[in-house]
Design a protein around this ligand. Sequence first.
Ligand code: ZN
Length: 360
Amino acid sequence: MDIVPMRSGLKTVTGAPGFRLTILFLFASFLLVTLLLNFSDAKVTLSVDGESLVLRTYSRDVAGVLSEAGITVREADKLSHSPQERVMQGMMIEVRKAFPVSVLFGDDEFVLNVAEATVEEVLDSVGINLLPLDRVEPGLGHNLAFGDVIEVVRVTQYLVTHRVDIPYREIRIGTTKLDRGESRVIQRGSNGLRQDTEEITLENGAETARELVQSEVIKLKQDRLVEYGENTVLSRGGRTVDFLKVLNVTATAYCPGTEGSGCPIDERGWSKCTGPYNNGYTSTGMPAIAGSGREDDPHIIAVDPRVIPLGSRVYIDGYGFAIAADVGSAIVGNRIDLLFDDHNTAWWFGRKRLRVYLLP
Ligand SMILES: [Zn+2]
């Protein structure tokens, strides 16, 4: 029976182990609390492009949560928190995935990935500085979506001035002071001058509009004023003669070239005035006799039939009535040749300006 000493022996030892157990217990509790705090799960909401899911996580930081949810965040994506941020109970983590948009600017095209951006922000990021007239589609404040195309049209305008002639007009004024067929300029015409200013619009370098913004007359035009004759009645020696029109012509004279006319005739038999046509008749077959110039005994003249038709009756101031009954190689245009019976008289006639009235 020597149990008692043993008991007493035990008794002496129990004081020290009790104290150690207490320390051990406190230490274990501390570890447990620390472990619980570190390894307890947290409830977070993860929203990707507006679609949310709630998850319980043991991850300690945002990056861990994302990786746990299988979400890869790229550089252009937008993340509401920094990846290193510590996970907190009830946290809301938002991710906006980047999508491609393109910018068309003249011949340039930029394609870039953006997340949650306006047109203005994208233009800034590609370094396009808008000018006041530039056109942007869609508008600067538009929130971009997947595949959007931004078009920037560079609009420039400039002014150009140039001078333009203002053409004068011809104004014709009838007057009975002049015979029909006559005209005279009573005021010379001169062009005016105008300065036009146009605004030219270029879109991406190509002209798209041109507008006249100012027009200034620098010099007035002066119209040309022409009086033309309306008189068709000739009064000569107390009587009147109706006429169609008057012609101002250059007149020369000739003789029939016959032997009796005194016209020089060469060894071929050609006369100076009519060459080989000196048989005493005109080209229309009339006897080449000068006549008196009376209405019933007219003179004979050679004409250009394109100006005075053959067979026309005319009145010539200073010579009287005549009939267009001959032609001549030198009688072209406003030319006539007056027939005289005598070569010398024709010779002395020389060359004169005459008024020839065409009669009906
Ligand atoms: Zn002659």
